[in-house]
Design a protein around this ligand. Structure first.
Ligand code: CP
Length: 322
């Protein structure tokens, strides 16, 4: 069970993306998160590691999983947690991201968890504020804690990553989850495939170091893991697919398409799901193949590990030290 251990895990005082962290740092976070899974499954779930620390959740985009799991993670570690309601904040009166964040920073939080629609928003705040900044999703750029929780789910199921074939299917173009997962899984030795209609593939797809497919069936052949993504309508100006019905026919995961993957392959989805668009309920709800609820559980553990790791930097005299 985790106790007060100040062995450094992260080299920086922020978690902005998977791009910026090493295999060693990822492995250390996953090891620590394993302990937090055990803690989360016990009757007494609280520790006092972050006692006296303040965590602010600042979400400019909607969230169920990420915001609630950061809140739980902070509370389970003993921190005071403030969830800023952006809709009812002075953002509605025209206050900018920087002004909002610097205002909150003046209240001396230790950690700010931020989700914003613009790529680079978390990185920008990390340069302006004197608290630790965690990127909870910036535009279509990165969602590092999602990739870490996905990695934790995979490692606990498969024991490692080397040689695993992971097929990521859907709206890769707009997906920060895909981007962070591609970077993480490639760093850890997995073979990543992406499958999408041409309109939903990033322009730089051939520089991502992945195998690219427009035929989902071909991308599924022999896959160990199938990771489905939703169509991010909120980031689309105009139509990227002819219709959701047609999209499901070619890119929706159902039992018949899943048969093309390796026997024993499992299905992941970061949520929120759009049933009948990218995934059929008969797959999503089948606990023999779907690990979607397990991913949610791993989300709390990973976020506890991230907060623990950042607090070690604070204890060692990093930002906000007294
Ligand atoms: N996967 C994910 O980020 O979910 P939320 O948008 O609900 O936080």
């Amino acid at each position: 069970m985790p106790g007060r251990d100040d062995t450094p895990i992260l080299k920086t005082s922020h978690l902005l993306g998977i791009e910026g962290i090493s295999v060693g740092e990822i492995t250390a976070l996953l090891d620590l998160a394993d302990d937090y899974v055990t803690l989360g499954r016990s009757a007494e779930k609280k520790l006092g590691l972050l006692k006296g620390r303040t965590l602010i959740n600042l979400f400019f985009e909607a969230s169920t999983r990420t915001q609630s799991s950061f809140e739980l993670a902070g509370k389970r570690l003993g921190a005071d947690v403030l969830n800023m309601s952006v809709k009812t904040s002075s953002v509605s009166k025209g206050e900018t991201l920087i002004d909002t964040a610097t205002t909150l920073n003046a209240m001396r939080p230790d950690i700010l968890v931020v989700r914003h629609q613009d790529s680079g928003a978390a990185e920008l705040l990390s340069r302006k504020l004197d608290c630790c900044v965690v990127n909870a999703g910036d535009g279509s750029h990165e969602h590092p804690t999602q990739a870490l929780l996905d990695a934790l789910t995979i490692r606990r199921r498969r024991g490692g990553f080397e040689g695993l074939i992971v097929t990521i299917c859907g709206d890769v173009l707009h997906s920060r989850v895909a981007r962070s997962n591609i970077v993480l899984l490639s760093k850890m030795g997995a073979r990543v495939r992406i499958a999408a209609p041409r309109t939903l593939l990033p322009a730089d797809a051939d520089r991502l170091g992945v195998e690219i497919f427009t035929d989902m069936r071909a991308a599924l052949a022999g896959a160990d893991i199938v990771m489905m993504l939703r169509l991010q309508q909120e980031r689309m100006a105009g139509a990227f697919v002819p219709s959701t019905r047609e999209y499901f026919r070619f890119y929706g995961l159902d039992r018949e398409k899943l048969k093309l993957a390796k026997p024993g392959a499992f299905v992941m989805h970061p949520g929120p799901m759009n049933r009948g668009v990218e995934i059929d309920s008969t797959v999503a709800d089948d606990i023999e193949v779907s690990v979607i609820q397990e991913q949610v559980e791993m989300g709390v553990a990973i976020r506890m590990a991230v907060l623990d790791a950042l607090s070690r930097g604070l204890a060692a005299g990093g930002r906000n030290a007294p």
